[in-house]
Write a protein that binds this ligand. Sequence first.
Ligand code: 5GP
Length: 194
Amino acid sequence: MIVLITGPSGAGKSTFVQKLMAQDDRLAFSISTTTRPIREGEVDGRDYDFVDDDAFDQLVEKDAFVEWAHVHNNRYGTRHSRLKEMAAAGKIPLLDIDVQGGVNVIDQYGPELVSVFLFPPSWEELERRLRSRATDSDEIIATRLKNARLEVGYADRYSFWLVNDDLEDAVSRMTAIILAESCRKSSFEVSPLD
Ligand code: 5GP
């Protein structure tokens, strides 16, 4: 099983993912590779693999990525090697990536992929959440709102829809999805009685 979670910025994806990870130790966060500069408090190799443009180009050339995309003027990608490492450790990889990258992953994986689109409760609430990040200018907020409308247009490609109205409640619905998926016949290698 691979869990893919996406949604427009302002849907509350990061907090949602953190809370979910804290509740289920079978999940392992898929560490992406990015050209974005490291932020204060972040750790290379834990939050992201931080690389420069040349190194990213080389990885693209070597076909190292399951998918990669431009997000907010930087490049981000999910590496085959990271997913393999997690599977080898018996973990369920959890991908927190942008909507377009998510669609690329959906196109590559079959039923083992649990694809989830996280919605904000309303457009008004999305705008309020974006505005509450005091660091962003009006221009950035307007761009994010415009992008959010485009991103929601891809929601149809995802198998599960979650509305992030109440965080606890949305996380418990997500836990139920993972539980149900782990009971699928296809997730058993052999019959439990063999
Ligand atoms: P941030 O720079 O704030 O950590 O992330 C910005 C955006 O990039 C988020 O929407 C995040 O989901 C997305 N992102 C992170 N890693 C990947 C990745 O490997 N591939 C794609 N397509 N998007 C990613």
